[in-house]
Ligand binder design. Structure first.
Ligand SMILES: [Zn+2]
Length: 279
């Protein structure tokens, strides 16, 4: 914040989902804010000195990194624009002191999305977001109301960003394990005790994950995330709480992990229930 944008290069044309304002509109404007909406990162550019939300004239550079995207900060960026349509760089933001960042995405499935908008609610994925999972206004009681209104099964409800924002596949597995609840439990039929366990698990699991990631370099971030996981991506390994074997339910390209002893009264879950959940 406080630096002025020199230029925005977008070598991956398809990553930029908006055309008005154009990328050139932020050149010469100051970075006045940074925030997050669910899984979207939001950089406010050209706002008032106080950085007040909704300041008139401010633009927002918003990105969703999806599964394979990274934001890589660089103290010294190469001044030449990256070649379009080649390599992992989706976008490059140059600041006035030569520093800046690359948005990169490896692989052939390009899902990273970039938006330049006048209001963050112009990004369709943001306007549909439910309350943030770490918003203090999201009490156990409110969570219960949202789950009841949503219906379906717990795993599907927790990862639906329109119900609450910020819980993905990995941390929903973790939260349900901490709360000792089955991923297939009906979302609207939790007892008061179960709801209070789920709410506490949601808050502590996400806070802990955020704290452990602070200060991590890109190279160590994924290993740090993995080392803190109890069931997610640990199929066949012992549950750290009870020693039972962590099991997996999978359907198509999706999978989830759970501990039968901790979460389902020892019952093994069938893949066909996963297919129902994803419908
Ligand atoms: Zn267990």
């Amino acid at each position: 914040m406080g630096r002025v944008v020199a230029r925005l290069d977008v070598p991956a044309f398809s990553a930029l989902k908006t055309f008005d304002p154009p990328p050139g509109a932020i050149a010469g404007l100051e970075v006045t804010g940074a925030g997050r909406h669910g899984k979207f990162l939001d950089i406010e550019i050209g706002g008032s000195a106080e950085g007040a939300a909704g300041a008139s004239g401010a633009l927002h550079l918003v990105t969703h990194l999806s599964r394979a995207g990274w934001l890589q900060w660089r103290d010294k960026l190469p001044p030449a624009p990256p070649k379009p349509g080649r390599g992992p760089i989706a976008a490059r933001l140059h600041l006035d002191d030569g520093s800046g960042f690359d948005l990169t995405e490896q692989g052939t499935q390009k899902r990273l999305a970039l938006y330049l908008v006048r209001a963050v609610t112009d990004v369709p994925g943001i306007s549909r977001l439910g309350p943030d999972a770490l918003d203090p206004a999201l009490t156990a009681e409110r969570l219960g109301e949202l789950l009841t209104a949503h219906g379906g099964q717990l795993k599907g409800a927790l990862t639906d960003q329109t119900m609450i924002a910020g819980v993905g596949n990995a941390y929903s597995d973790e939260i349900l394990h901490v709360a000792k609840l089955s991923p297939f439990k009906p979302a609207g039929r939790l007892s008061e005790a179960e709801l209070s366990r789920l709410h506490a698990a949601l808050v502590t699991t996400l806070r802990d994950a955020v704290e452990r990631s602070i200060g991590q370099k890109a190279a160590t971030l994924k290993a740090e995330k993995r080392s803190g996981l109890r069931v997610h991506a640990r199929t066949g390994l012992p549950c750290p709480v009870c020693g039972d074997t962590v099991r997996e339910v999978s359907f198509a390209s999706r999978s989830m992990q759970y501990c039968p002893t901790c979460q389902t009264g020892g019952q093994l879950l069938a893949d066909r229930r996963m297919s129902k959940l994803l419908k």
